[in-house]
Design a protein around this ligand. Structure first.
Ligand SMILES: *Cc1c(COP(=O)(O)O)cnc(C)c1O
Length: 263
């Protein structure tokens, strides 16, 4: 059975518009992060909150920035790039790309992103590295893993992970920091939790075999509906959109293929 805390974390997200509303929502999420950490004896400072601002227009993002948001997660490269350009007057605002990337958009990411959390192919790694070398930039990256065993999900299958990671050190402008996953979409904690456990176990195994220069510290897992569970299972980065910005009208299948489409 679901505990009430997870039930009310699903849906019912109120919209934040003003700086004050953003402060309240951020404080609420930080309080829940702290409570989830307390439950399993973790230090709340070991969990980074990454606010996800996809679909949110510039004026509200500026208020989120004024309320303290300094790095924002975006799924689509073009949307993120446009926002980066529009808000270049905010030099301390950084952008994390958390969605699947096509090789032909690597150029854009190399230009402005400070981190890329969805690396899942050598072609993309190569395209990013080439561009970053030219620009004299580097990028923190996480390798995305498909932990839910759904055909439709982006990310590497766990069985390919070790061989993939061994090939990454040649891309010297990519700084590998850990792993990222999207859990199964379900309000049943018994189905979601195993995805998070799997990612933590994979990190443990990779720590034994990872080549020099590859750091396996970060576990980016947990979203508005499941970040407390993810923290219980060791998440170091939670990617939270709706619980901070408010409910999104755009359906999730715009951002990643959902299993509904397979049916
Ligand atoms: C949109 C998105 C999130 C945040 O989802 P919310 O339900 O808004 O918290 C997290 N991760 C990825 C990859 C996303 O695209």
């Amino acid at each position: 059975m679901l505990s009430p805390v997870y039930t009310c974390a699903m849906g019912n997200y109120t919209t934040a518009n003003t700086v004050e509303e953003f402060r309240q929502h951020l404080a609420g999420v930080h309080a829940r992060i702290a409570a989830a950490c307390a439950k399993v004896g973790r230090d709340p400072s070991s969990v980074r909150l990454l606010p996800v601002s996809k679909t949110v227009p510039e004026a509200r993002i500026r208020n989120a920035h004024a309320a303290g948001c300094r790095t924002l997660g975006e799924n689509k490269v073009q949307e993120a790039h446009g926002k980066w350009q529009a808000m270049s007057d905010l030099p301390d605002l950084r952008w994390a790309i958390i969605g699947h990337l096509q090789t032909n958009k690597a150029k854009l990411v190399a230009e402005f992103a400070s981190e890329f959390q969805a690396l899942d192919s050598l072609r993309v790694a190569e395209a990013l590295d080439k561009r970053l070398q030219t620009l004299g930039r580097s990028l923190d990256v996480l390798v995305q893993v498909n932990t839910s065993n759904e055909e439709s999900k982006f990310g590497l299958p766990p069985s390919e992970l070790e061989a993939f990671v061994k090939k990454l050190p040649v891309f010297s402008s990519l700084h590998v920091r850990g792993l990222m996953t999207l859990a199964l979409f379900s309000d049943d904690a018994a189905k979601v939790r195993p995805c998070f456990v799997r990612l933590r176990e994979l990190r443990g195994r990779l720590r034994q075999s990872a080549p020099d220069g590859v750091v396996m510290d970060e576990l980016s897992m947990g979203m508005s509906g499941d970040y407390e569970l993810a923290i219980e299972e060791g998440s170091t980065i939670v990617r939270v959109g709706q619980a901070i910005f408010g409910a999104r009208k755009v359906p999730d299948n715009v951002y990643w293929p959902t299993s509904d489409e397979q049916a």
